[in-house]
Write a protein that binds this ligand. Structure first.
Ligand SMILES: *Cc1c(COP(=O)(O)O)cnc(C)c1O
Length: 403
């Protein structure tokens, strides 16, 4: 079969491995395939001068239209958006206070977050809050937060409350967004939702968020960026942070326009057609794995209800002669490395995510699954690296960077 990525693949001339991403939209792999409309928009603006705040102004109505918010702006990432939205709730449009941050003297500086929402998306979410100069106040326990916890945590120093939507958060025993917003609003506290990786651009504002923040570079297929949408006064105050802590989080003209183009393309995207194609990939891989000794493959819905399924591959090492994580590592080697979604591999399974493939890569993936399972079965011993060693290897590799 022809590999459609080969002829003009920049990675070869750079000496970079031609990885195939079966793990989802991961910063560590370059996020997502940027849509052609965004690529064209970015290259058209790069050689030109623009009045940057006018370009920012153009993004606002597009974000408003897609999210149902009053206004919007674009910053470096969703993580940056959290910091800037939190800062906005502390300073309002006070330019002197904006320049003083992260010194929050005299400002409301407590930001509430349910303990079960304090996750890492590659960095801790509470750090994004603290970067603004705020104090993150953890509410309730990891697996139980009730309305009284939230009510009891609100006081005259409370600037905002942050709500995180992610498969990483605890998925039970916590206060749902509608109730969360109701309690906060009754005491005049604005609600900021981290919806970085969500398809539904409207539901969180509709359920009461004052600000919802999305990543441009995840499902939208835009350049790296963060979209801050919601109440106009708060969006404006978040935008004004560009004269303060937001400076180090700034976007260039290309990413502002690229994000606008990705949002406009999202409106016209053939969502049903894409889902059908992705479902086809999942069925191909499931079929490839069915009947293989020690392997169970099941299609599973996305935990935060995005219109996306994944294949859960569970490995019985006694039969397959390899653990789930050693299988993942084996797939990640070789001529066409396959990177699977393996953050739960210690439990004996990983996921395969179909949403970032180029046409033709699905069959390469199927071939690699067969190849590595065959090799493992042929091994006389069960390939079982202690899980802790795998983690230690990853960290020590990181600590040796850049060599
Ligand atoms: C990916 C992610 C982030 C980080 O988004 P960036 O735009 O890469 O900063 C934050 N929160 C959640 C829930 C995420 O999934």
């Amino acid at each position: 079969m022809t590999d459609q990525q080969t002829p003009s693949d920049i990675r070869e001339s750079l000496g970079l491995r031609r990885v195939i991403n079966v793990s989802g939209t991961m910063t560590s792999l370059g996020a997502s395939i940027v849509v052609p409309q965004a690529i064209a928009a970015m290259s058209s603006i790069l050689p030109q001068f623009v009045e940057i705040n006018d370009l920012h102004r153009m993004a606002s109505p597009v974000i408003a239209r897609l999210t149902g918010g009053e206004a919007g702006f674009v910053t470096a990432s969703c993580s940056a958006g959290i910091t800037l939205a939190v800062a906005a709730t502390m300073t309002g449009p006070d330019l002197a206070a904006i320049e003083r941050l992260p010194d929050a003297t005299g400002l409301k500086n407590e930001v509430l977050i349910q303990t079960g929402h304090v996750v890492s998306y590659g960095a801790p979410v509470d750090q994004a809050i603290k970067l603004a100069g705020a104090k993150a106040v953890l509410v309730g326990q990891a697996t139980s937060c009730y309305p009284y916890h939230l009510e009891g945590a609100i006081n005259e120093r409370t600037a905002a409350a942050v709500f995180v939507v992610s498969h990483h958060t605890v998925q039970y025993g916590l206060v749902a967004l509608k109730k969360f917003a109701e309690i906060c609003h009754a005491r005049g506290v604005p609600v900021i939702v981290d919806a970085a990786s969500e398809y539904d651009l409207k539901v969180f504002l509709a359920e009461g968020a004052d600000i919802a923040i999305y990543s441009s570079h995840k499902f939208l297929g835009g350049p790296t960026g963060g979209i801050v949408a919601g109440r106009k006064d708060l969006v404006r105050s978040a935008f004004l942070q560009n004269m303060g802590v937001g400076r180090g989080m700034k976007l260039g003209k290309e990413s502002i326009l690229g994000t606008i183009a990705a949002l406009e393309a999202w409106e016209k995207r053939d969502h049903a057609g894409i889902r059908e194609k992705e479902t086809g990939y999942l069925h191909l891989w499931k079929q490839t794995l069915t009947g293989k000794p020690g392997v169970t493959a099941e299609i599973e819905a996305d935990p935060t209800h995005n219109p996306l399924d994944r294949l859960r591959v569970t490995i019985d090492p006694r039969e397959a002669h390899i653990t789930a994580w050693d299988f993942a590592d084996a797939l990640a080697k070789g001529e066409r490395p396959i990177i699977v979604r393996d953050h739960e591999a210690e439990h004996g399974y990983f996921y395969m995510d179909p949403c970032n493939l180029h046409p033709g890569e699905e069959t390469i993936v199927a071939g690699r699954l067969e190849e590595e399972l065959r090799k493992a079965r042929a091994s006389n011993e069960i390939i079982a690296t202690p899980f802790e060693e795998r983690y230690a290897r990853r960290i020590s590799g990181l600590m040796r960077w850049p060599d």
